[in-house]
Design a protein around this ligand. Structure first.
Ligand code: KG4
Ligand code: ZN
Length: 319
């Protein structure tokens, strides 16, 4: 079945056509990210206005690129939560109108679940194996840090989440403190490579016996360090901060995999683009003989292919 997916939860307006929950026929993303950069974070009012301007064009392009007539689309999928309400509303209203006008079923999709599902997406000629279940899902984005126990597509349990800042949010806040611009993840990733050191060690909030995360204390520790050391090295601080985030994410994800006897670890969200995190997860997964899945960059970030893909696993569609 071909599903048209629509994603408008934040600053991206995205549409995609995916066949049978995995083959990506087309995917189009428009983003207003650059317009928010000078404010150091997403401005919801700007984001939702750009959504309204882009939605029609993005959906039309996705259908055109997939070379699929309306008659071949079996269902429409849309992100309904979580996200910025003004942005979500644009996609939901558009998808509902489409479903109403065409008589096709509408599937509501959770954005965070869609992020780990991105590990199942495959381009046309990609024959690489699909992840095996049970799996653990680690979603690390600008707004979320969550661990899931995935027994099967309709039996997913939240194991833990951040109690304060999301992982990406902490990259963005520390980058701001270091004057590295917004979004901060890519800049810290780059600089940290030049600042490898063991002298600076920031706290690691392990929160014993819990799968929850906490990153706000780390951000404060970085702030105090930069106040106390006037001539600090930006790359070294970037490295030490990143090392703290990565070690906590890796340790908790691996503990979840062991305890839940997971065959695969499925990682998604913008922070999954981080080169040191990818390496750390790969090394740990190899040690425990767990298959690690990291989507290509375009599917780590917000996109509609993951939404169309996950919708296919909805009981009403798949059954
Ligand atoms: O998933 P995403 O596009 O948006 C949300 O749904 O939140 O993730 C964006 C986040 C930002 O916080 C950004 O700083 C972070 O992902 N990010 C990175 C990297 N690339 C993007 N964080 C660390 N290292 C990177 N290379
Ligand atoms: Zn996201």
């Amino acid at each position: 079945m071909n599903i048209l997916g629509i994603e408008t939860s934040c600053d991206e307006t995205a549409a995609a056509v995916v066949s049978d929950g995995m083959r990506v026929r087309s995917h189009v993303v428009a983003t207003s990210l650059k317009e928010h950069a000078r404010f150091g974070g997403i401005i919801p009012e700007i984001a939702s206005r750009r959504q309204i301007e882009s939605i029609y064009l993005v959906v039309s392009q996705a259908l055109k690129k997939a070379k699929m007539a309306w008659g071949t689309i079996g269902a429409i999928a849309v992100t309904t939560k979580p996200g910025l309400i003004g942005s979500l509303l644009v996609g939901v209203a558009f998808a509902r109108a489409l479903a109403y006008a065409t008589g096709k079923p509408l599937v509501e999709v959770d954005h965070i679940q869609a992020h780990w599902y991105a590990c199942f997406l495959r381009k046309a000629n990609d024959k690489s194996p699909l992840p095996q279940l049970p799996a653990v899902g680690l979603v690390v984005s600008g707004g979320h840090t969550s661990l899931f126990d995935i027994k099967d597509f309709n039996r997913v349990k939240l194991l833990g989440q951040t109690r304060d800042d999301a992982a990406g949010e902490s990259f963005d806040k520390v980058a701001r403190l270091l004057n590295l611009g917004y979004p901060g993840g890519p800049a810290i990733d780059r600089l940290a490579k030049e600042g490898v050191n063991q002298q600076i060690r920031f706290p690691r909030a392990q929160l014993e016996n819990s799968y929850d995360f906490s990153f706000s204390g780390l951000k404060t520790a970085v702030l105090y360090y930069t106040r106390q050391h006037k001539n600090f090295s930006v790359p070294q601080v970037a490295y030490a901060f990143q090392d703290s985030v990565i070690s906590v994410l890796t340790a908790k994800a691996m503990r979840a995999c062991q305890r839940k006897k997971a065959k695969s670890l499925l990682v998604g969200g913008g922070v999954a683009a981080n080169s040191a995190l990818r390496l750390s997860l790969q090394q740990a997964a190899n040690r425990l003989h767990i298959s690690l899945y990291l989507p290509p960059m375009v599917f780590c970030l917000d996109n509609a292919a993951m939404v169309a893909g996950l919708a296919y696993r909805d009981k009403r569609i798949e059954g």
